[in-house]
Structures are given as C-alpha cells and as structure tokens.
Design a protein. Structure first.
Length: 70
C-alpha cells in the first residue's frame, strides 16, 4: 500500500514539474514572438500555431520562426 502511495506521489510531482516546464516554454515563446520584428501577419500565424499546438508549435517556432521569416 505504501509503495503505491509513493509511486502516485512521484507521478504527481513529475506531472507538476512537466507542467511548470510546459508553462515556461509557452510564456517564453509568446514573449519572444511579441517582441520580434517580424510582420504582423506572420506573428498572427505563429500565434495561431502556438495556441493550437502549444508544445509542438513553441518548439517549431523557436527552431524555425525565430531566425527565418515564413
């Protein structure tokens, strides 16, 4: 019984940490997008991508969108 509680506790802590990392990734990506000098239409497209697929959209933006214009 106690091992089950330990496993559930570790799983909850892991989920919490991953949630914090996910939140920080989205906030950093959105701040970078809003401060960038890319055209407004392109910003709007990136914003839609990031909001529809938060983790994947953020990673794609940070890899491709930061340095290149669509």
């Amino acid at each position: 019984m106690s091992t089950l509680l330990v496993i559930l506790f570790i799983g909850g802590v892991l989920r919490f940490i991953l949630g914090i990392i996910w939140f920080i990734l989205i906030v950093v990506t959105l701040m970078d997008l809003l401060k960038s000098r890319i055209p407004t239409n392109t910003k709007l497209l990136w914003l839609i991508v990031i909001l529809l697929a938060p983790v994947l959209g953020s990673i794609i933006y940070l890899i491709l969108g930061r340095n290149n214009k669509i």
